[in-house]
Design a protein around this ligand. Sequence first.
Ligand SMILES: C[S@@+](CC[C@H](N)C(=O)[O-])C[C@H]1O[C@@H](n2cnc3c(N)ncnc32)[C@H](O)[C@@H]1O
Length: 287
Amino acid sequence: MSVEIASESSAADIVSYFHRKAGRYDEVDQQVYWRLSDELLWSTLSGGFLDELPPDFTFLDAGGGTGRWTQRVLDAYPRARGVLVDLSPDMLAVAGTKRTGSRAERMELVQGDLGDLPAAVRDRRFDVIWNFHNVIGFVPDPAAVLSALAGLLSEDGVLVTLAPNRYHGVYFNLATGRLDAARRAAETGVSTFTDDMPPLRLFTPDELTSLYAEAGCRVDVLTGFPCAVYPARQETQLDGSSPAVADLLGDPAVFADVLAIEKQLAKAPDVAARGNNIFVAGRRRPS
Ligand SMILES: C[S@@+](CC[C@H](N)C(=O)[O-])C[C@H]1O[C@@H](n2cnc3c(N)ncnc32)[C@H](O)[C@@H]1O
């Protein structure tokens, strides 16, 4: 089955948007909501299938931006090596500042468009390939990009996607008084969360399952998170926290409790439809 899914943003829109964001992008690490989200993502990666790979595994961080995930994986897995591909020279410049110490020789940066895989990666194979946080929603043809990425997997390699959830996009926009954006998310699946961002394709769990099938991959894990705590307007900015989220998660003991609740819920596949983001991991089907 072919999935008719397209985004609406041009490469120039994306480069311009991340030109404005890149310098402060990593400040997201200080927002308590995103720390919760990152811990959930990390717990599905580390302790999960990353630990099952050979210690010297190779990875491709597709749309890796400032290298937050490349850095975290290289630091946790000291024999792993990775390539980060991104369209934005500004995001890559920040990633370049992390190519230091024991990471320097294991971290390769490539500027390029995932819609037309750069020559530096086209003929290589990777044990794990991930695209995190809206990457697949910004590319013009998500099906083609996922298929191209799946084609770069080594035998038994894993393709991991963290994609924005269409149902959450409807809720979030209604909760923040953006009725037109909520309607667009519901009717077309392409919308925004803020007035200054390029249009983003949002996904349902079924759409992602179909996209994986079209890319020749089975789905091993499908879930969604965070699903018990939702972001408010402040969490879509580079700094600040909404009072409700800060009040709840600001206490480290409560943060730990909420994290445990989220981890418990994330074990149920049907929670995917409630997550802010949908997480999918799967391997290529043998040909
Ligand atoms: C929201 S950021 C996420 C960055 C990183 N994955 C993370 O989780 O921190 C989305 C990234 O996707 C990149 N991107 C969007 N469209 C792209 C494309 N067609 N090819 C390569 N990178 C792209 C942007 O430049 C940006 O760095």
